[in-house]
Design a protein around this ligand. Structure first.
Ligand SMILES: NC(=O)c1ccc[n+]([C@@H]2O[C@H](COP(=O)([O-])OP(=O)(O)OC[C@H]3O[C@@H](n4cnc5c(N)ncnc54)[C@H](OP(=O)(O)O)[C@@H]3O)[C@@H](O)[C@H]2O)c1
Length: 324
């Protein structure tokens, strides 16, 4: 599989990554043993860039990776995040204090059964701590060899600029998809200019571009029930937009999942990190790497993308976004 460098680092990652959150219950349950099998299958495809966070499943997602990847550590580029404290389904706060950075890193290393992290992200900016202090602490971890690269998640341009004073930021992880194209106008040109890689999270719109286009509603154990765009009055409108995209996919002889990932790949050196609990979906998503889209199709899709409505997050979580 084609590989590229993460930012200005020498870390080589596959052109598409894998988001592990869904393997710990974000989008409903998964059968025992299935997640481990899926992670083995991911590594077998040549995808080497795995994304987790300490808050996913309250640490269970990192433990899962630690178990599943025992013996394969050198084959993968492990990215994890810190900063969220509390319950991921509600009641969260952010901690970016330097002493917390050190403690969180030690805990992630233990759960992941490794002595270094390839990429360590601040999950959300702590607005009560200067970003230079948080990133300064991350840089010290890098100097000690505990992490190889520094990333921020959902940070705005001004924060990225300030952060760069105490540590080089190689990756920004933010939501970017045909359902959420907001980064296109200002952030993507900035990243390109600075040599920062975008890891595009929720590249399938958290399923908005796949399952919900065929009429599914989030279940009671599904995180999406908390998100306004998955609720009325927005949901019906958004499904209609997704259906138009699905028609385009059909005309191109592909699926909307493949088209969505192909659109991200076509719009720059970005790395989509889709998640799935199913082997056939994993294989399908990999086919996006072979898709070639004309500039005209890329543009038509971008126009449709701007028509999605409704906040992409519940108000409590939206308060953590760092927009500038
Ligand atoms: N930094 C952050 O704050 C942040 C926030 C959210 C996510 N993330 C990261 O980004 C990763 C991916 O995002 P995500 O999981 O939220 O959303 P996503 O990848 O956009 O969508 C996942 C959903 O799409 C479905 N899906 C995947 N492939 C499919 C296919 N080929 N056909 C039909 N349905 C398909 C999955 O269902 P099935 O399981 O049924 O396939 C799941 O419901 C996460 O795992 C996490 O690592 C980071």
């Amino acid at each position: 599989m084609e590989q590229i460098n993460l930012g200005k680092s020498d870390i080589r990652v596959s052109r598409m990554g894998f988001g592990c959150w869904g393997l710990s219950g974000a989008y409903g349950s998964i059968a025992a043993g299935e997640a481990e099998r899926l992670l083995q299958a991911v590594a077998d495809t040549g995808i080497n860039f795995l994304d987790t966070a300490d808050v996913y499943g309250g640490g269970a997602n990192e433990e899962l990776l630690g178990r599943a990847l025992a013996g394969r550590r050198q084959e993968v580029v492990l990215a994890t995040k810190f900063g969220y404290v509390g319950d991921e389904m509600g009641g969260l706060r952010i901690d970016g204090r330097p002493e917390y950075v050190v403690a969180a890193c030690e805990a992630s290393l233990r759960r992941l059964r490794t002595d270094y992290l390839d990429l360590y992200y601040l999950h959300r900016v702590d607005k009560t701590v200067p970003i230079t202090e948080t990133v300064g602490a991350m840089q010290r971890l890098k100097d000690q060899g505990k992490i190889r690269a520094i990333g921020l998640s959902e940070a705005g341009i001004a924060t990225l600029q300030k952060a760069g004073r105490t540590g080089r930021i190689d990756v920004l992880q933010s939501e970017y998809s045909l359902a959420t194209p907001d980064l296109q106008d200002r952030v993507l040109p900035f990243l390109e200019e600075q040599g920062i890689t975008l890891a595009a999270f929720s590249p399938l719109g958290r399923g908005m571009l796949t399952a919900l286009a065929s009429g599914l509603q989030p279940g009671s154990d599904d995180y999406r029930r908390l998100i306004p765009r998955f609720q009325e009055p927005y949901l019906s409108h958004n499904i209609r937009i997704a259906e138009q995209m699905q028609d385009m996919a059909q005309q191109l002889g592909t699926s909307l999942a493949i088209l969505s990932l192909g659109w991200i790949l076509a719009s720059g050196n970005h790395i989509p990190i889709p998640g799935t609990r199913k082997l056939d979906h994993l294989r399908e998503n990999c086919r996006a790497l072979e898709l070639r889209l004309s500039p005209d199709i890329v543009q038509q899709l971008a126009s449709l993308a701007r028509q999605f409505r409704g906040a992409r997050h519940n108000p409590a979580n939206a308060a953590f976004y760092d927009v500038d």
